[in-house]
Design a protein around this ligand. Structure first.
Ligand code: HEC
Length: 179
């Protein structure tokens, strides 16, 4: 859905910054930096960009890289929620989807966008309590395919082997929200 719009805006950035190779998505910020540094001024006055200025350029750089990465992962993570609901049967013994209902694991209603380890009344592992994570498609996929690889010390042992199952599952988890 949003990917087409993102793709065309990438193209626009590329043509503006031409001539650059087709991989210009990642090259563009460097070209931007060249422009901002204003070489004419530089040679005459030995003007050097301030640290804050550099930080701004860097922030722009990581933002555009992050946007490109988001566009890519949004495409990859296009799971099928109906298939994910079937995959979820493997989780249901321990995870209810009803708010307030905890089993061996915490309920998962509203899990996407929620801080890890924050369901009220559930006794998490120390690792999960201390994890500084907001659940999103990417880290949920990493956690459910390899819980202890992703978060050493977590008490969840069950893992999904198939990455397609994980993508479907996460698409299903997204639907469990009041928004
Ligand atoms: C045998 C029980 C069990 C099964 C089956 C299980 N989990 Fe868990 N899960 C847990 C436990 C226990 C925790 C708490 C882990 C901790 O505190 O380290 C947990 C935590 C989680 C969390 C973090 C919740 C939070 O509030 O931060 C997610 C997400 C999760 N599980 C997803 C899944 C998914 C998806 C499946 C199915 C593929 C699944 N789990 C299967 C026991 C289970």
């Amino acid at each position: 859905m949003g990917s087409a719009a993102l793709d065309s805006s990438d193209e626009r950035v590329c043509t503006q910054a031409a001539p650059v190779p087709p991989t210009c998505r990642f090259g563009t910020p460097l070209i931007l930096e060249d422009l901002l540094l204003d070489p004419a001024k530089d040679s005459s006055t030995k003007h050097r960009p301030s640290k804050a200025h550099k930080r701004m350029v860097l922030a722009g750089l990581s933002l555009s890289v992050a946007m490109a990465a988001t566009a890519a992962s949004a495409q990859e993570a296009a799971g099928d929620p109906a298939a994910g609901e079937r995959v979820y049967r493997q989780c249901a013994a321990c995870h209810s989807i009803e708010p307030g209902q905890n089993r061996a694991g915490p309920h998962l209603f509203g899990i996407v966008g929620q801080n890890a380890g924050s369901v009220e009344g559930f006794r998490y592992s120390q690792a999960m309590r201390e994890a500084d994570i907001v659940w999103n498609e990417e880290n949920l996929t990493a956690y459910v395919t390899d819980p202890r690889g992703f978060l050493p010390g977590t008490t969840m042992r069950v893992a999904l082997r198939d990455p397609d199952d994980a993508a479907d599952l996460v698409a299903y988890l997204r639907t469990l929200s009041s928004e």
